[in-house]
Design a protein around this ligand. Structure first.
Ligand SMILES: *[C@@H]1O[C@H](CO)[C@@H](O)[C@H](O)[C@H]1NC(C)=O
Ligand SMILES: *[C@@H]1O[C@H](CO)[C@@H](O)[C@H](O)[C@H]1NC(C)=O
Length: 213
């Protein structure tokens, strides 16, 4: 209980910022890999389904404006990438119904450059609403950096994309189901990368001084 109060109070002490981030210049995120799997349901098998994808933000965002105490050194947000996966029990709640917020895994060799997370949402519905064959992804990237003043700026971006199995231009995914009932779907080669237009939904000074007085 002791920890709860400070955490709840934290948002009240943050400040909305007007740092110069020109989002019209941002390149969209890229989904470079995506696949889904559903099991056969045969005796002795394990009835788990899976959805996984790789996403990258190619942008370097430099806070080159009036960031106090920066003494000429630009600070900002480098490109980052992550692998994202969700598993679920096929005969239980699916990730859309659960509304689960799933955390992605970054390449830690490059250092932690942001926190990627995603939810599986409804897709177009045109290919039958199957959670492995017709769905959407709502992806969030939160990035934070320490300024020369010791102040901490955090940015939050969101983007959405839709995926569905279909022939020709009808769908961006293809694949097949085996005789056993196992199905594997993935992005068609010509659909790679899927571009995801991100929106800056939040920018705050989490602690300290982030702007010139
Ligand atoms: C952002 O960049 C675009 C493209 O260069 C430019 O047209 C626009 O005026 C810029 N916006 C701001 C707020 O600087
Ligand atoms: C994602 O997974 C692939 C295959 O395992 C790996 O090569 C790549 O480095 C991973 N990317 C990140 C950002 O972790």
């Amino acid at each position: 209980m002791g920890l709860l109060l400070p955490l709840l109070l934290l948002p009240l002490t943050t400040t909305a910022l007007t740092l110069p981030v020109n989002t019209t210049l941002l390149h969209p995120w890229q989904i470079t890999r995506l696949s889904t799997h559903s099991p056969s349901g045969r005796p002795g098998t394990h009835p788990y389904s899976r959805l996984s994808f790789a996403i990258a933000d190619p942008n370097t965002i430099v806070l080159s404006g009036p960031t106090p105490g920066s003494s000429g050194n630009d600070v900002g947000f480098p490109p980052s990438a992550a692998n994202c996966t969700v598993w679920w029990m096929t005969h239980g709640e699916d990730p859309r119904e659960g509304g689960w917020e799933n955390t992605c895994e970054e390449n830690l060799a490059e250092g932690m450059r942001g926190k990627w997370s995603f939810r599986v949402v409804e897709g177009s519905g045109e290919a039958g609403r199957g959670v492995t064959t017709d769905f959407g992804l709502s992806v969030t990237l939160e990035e934070a950096v320490v300024l020369g003043t010791g102040g901490v700026v955090s940015l939050k971006f969101e983007g959405e994309a839709a995926f569905k199995v279909g022939a020709g231009e009808e769908g961006n995914m293809g694949g097949s189901c085996g005789g056993s009932g196992v199905c594997n779907w993935g992005l068609k080669q010509e659909s790679v990368p899927v571009l995801v237009k991100q929106t800056l939904v939040g920018m705050e000074c989490v602690t300290g001084t982030c702007e010139e007085e």
